[in-house]
Design a protein around this ligand. Sequence first.
Ligand code: ADP
Ligand code: SF4
Length: 680
Amino acid sequence: MKNPFEILFQPIKIGPVTAPNRFYQVPHCNGMGYRMPRALAAMRGIKAEGGWGVVCTEEVEIHHSSDIATSIEGRIWTEADIPALKLMTDAVHKHGSLAGIQLVYSGHNSPNLYSRSVNLGPRSVGVNGYHPHQSRMMDKEDIRNLRKWHRDAARRAKKAGFDIVYAYAGHNLAMPMHFMLKRYNQRTDEYGGSLKNRVRLFRELIEETKDAVGDTCAVAARFAVDELLGEEGMQASGEGRDIVAMLAELPDLWDVNISGWENDSATSRFKKEGYQEKYINFVKSLTSKPVVGVGRYTTPEAMLSVVQRGIIDLIGAARPSIADPFLPKKLQEGRVEDIRECIGCNICVSADNLSVPIRCTQNPTMGEEWRRGWHPEKVHRKATEKEILVIGGGPAGLEAARVFGLRGYEVILLEEEREFGGRVLRESALPGLQEWRRVADWRLTQIEKLSNISLYPESPITVDDVLETGIRDVVIATGAHWRSDGIGRVHWQAISGQARPEVYSPDDLMSGKIPAGRVLIYDDDHYYMASVLAELLHQQGCEVIYATPAPMVAYWSQYTLEQGRIHAQMLKSGTQIFTEKKLAKIGEKEAALICTISGAETVVGVDAVVLVTDRISNDSLYLGLKPYLAAGKLDTLNVIGDAEAPGIIADAVFSGYKVAFNMENEPEGDVPFKVERTQI
Ligand code: ADP
Ligand code: SF4
């Protein structure tokens, strides 16, 4: 039978090169960059192996004066950077895909903390990220230099083997975009004033890249058509459209999106699949060149539709290609149900923001391809016959069972609840988190295909039960529960009044025990939980007060690019917000908050309090079994996921993969993974 998605597998000509299909991994950061070139090459190579027809780099700095340390991106400052980049192009070419490079000159987005170069801008403006220095306004010589640096970098990119070379004007992170924006460009020379003048630099960079390398390389223009800032910024209904019209036939490919990064990579909590379509849908009407667009397309039907409706020619993807590097292959082979759909949590993004190697909630092998030898689709077979008992069917237990099963072991997975999924099941029922359910659903679908895995729901198990089974390899994945005494980062003792009946834990709310009236949510967790519970209570008609000892709402969510939207959502729902306040005391119909800076007390009237602080591992089974390991009654006993140490879902999935991968295969050496070291 004809593959209904066949059209997605048509080759697409892009200038002088041809992409083997319409699956296009757009440039994406990964926290590995210039510092971990081998790891990076392996990761990109696996995307190509999985069928992505084009695989791009992250932003690659073209010059030392465009240094965005402390972020770890690519570098093509000199010829000396070519060998590292060539590792990547070789890895991509090996599978017949095209390699693309996004050249960047970051302008006032580059704090130059490493190079200590003076920052350049269309005008003198404070450097992004509240760094306490400003850019210098570029003169004509600076602009000529920049153009030369870009041409030189393009030539080096060609030497490194790239097939597609970008001129980048996106995300408010790149100089050509800064020149185009009125708010940064108040120049009176031929690079300022009229739109034609403000676009001049971008036009020159595209033209000159074509002159430099266009004989063999395609030249892509990456452009943010809208910033969602209304008249203050670029608008698809205004200059965004005009710019595409002005440059329509100049590049070989248009890669279009919305800006800034928090809009381009919006999470599933706030934006659904295809959310960029309404901004970029005009582009194809203005150009005959292929257009690539993103919007976290994870379902094949949506991909097919967006191409068939003539919105884009190539399915751009960062996150869907991270969650499933083999998405195209699976679709080609008609294995739609095997596609590991991205859940839109942005844990991948958080790694880049924290300058550490990329990771993914759905795909635990992401970023581990080189250093641990992990592969998203392949695991080696078991060494000996073994039966393995996995206890707890949350993300950790499900992933462990799946991978043990793939390796050929006999696996028994026990879960005390009726449904498998653990915290994923509970949390995905909270406002905005529906897509997170995919973590459990995908694993259950995979497990169903493996006849060597047996699932037993409604099976709470004790130490004696485990010993009675006679199984000698046991994995404990029994999760954790939320504290209800307020102990956490800030409070090392129970909060006064925590035992009152009107005090709730997140588990209470998730099991349907919902308070009424004025409710204080105290957030010493700092990620999503307190804010989604605030939204839940708001939906239930409560008046919500939010207090946190941190300087901002949901502090850690800034790394997943959600902090602004979370804060805005709270304001919109009328939540009263207190930051830098710790909860000192819960009393009759009131709670006392203490300012962490001044010590001043604020008393708020409340009917109930929800404490979102630390969690406690459910490790009693593990601790109860440990002596039997020492006594030789068990061969292996592992505790994983939240039962070992409460963390995020990505940590639990990772630990599940790791325990199964490492069985009879423990890594050797003092460090359990390879480390990229500078050769001396
Ligand atoms: P993790 O994130 O580490 O996977 P979860 O809390 O999501 O942790 O999942 C742990 C799962 O273990 C829950 O679904 C819970 O019902 C189950 N569980 C806990 N204790 C037992 C037990 N003694 N026997 C069987 N299942 C258990
Ligand atoms: Fe998608 Fe989350 Fe994985 Fe990123 S970390 S690719 S958002 S599932």
